[in-house]
Every structure is written in structure tokens, then in C-alpha cells.
Design a protein. Sequence first.
Length: 86
Amino acid sequence: MGRVDTLILTDARAGDAELFIGPEPSHLAATAQELLDLGVQQPWSAPADEALTRAALGTGAEVRFVTGGVEQSPDEGVGALLRYAV
């Protein structure tokens, strides 16, 4: 949907998390079935950091890496500033 203006990745994120991607940068989902339901013919599994960064940059968002002593870290080390509310 291209809602993210700035993706925030902290050093508190899990390094082994995976997401699913399709051929377009905006094709991003937690499960392969979600992408299949959207018409993506071949979803691929990818490390979450890479998939999120690809989606952010591919939709014109900025990416910020925050390290060291973040007291109020986003859940699971990933957060975003949105362009607009849903």
C-alpha cells in the first residue's frame, strides 16, 4: 500500500525472522498464501530485514537503522512513520 514514509530498524530485531516477497517491491507478506491470494504466482521467502528494506526503498520510503540503547524500541525492533493513516 506504500504507507510507510520511514522504516525504522533497531538492533533489537530478531535476525532469523522471514517474510515472503513477490516480483514487485510492494509484494510483502507474512505468509506465502497472502501473496498467492493477491495474484503473485511465485512468492519467495526472504530474511525480514532484507524484505522490509526492499519494500521500503521500492516504494520511496526512507530507511533508518537505530543502534545502541534504544529505551523505547518498537516491537520486535521494527517500526515505521506512516505517510497517511488507514
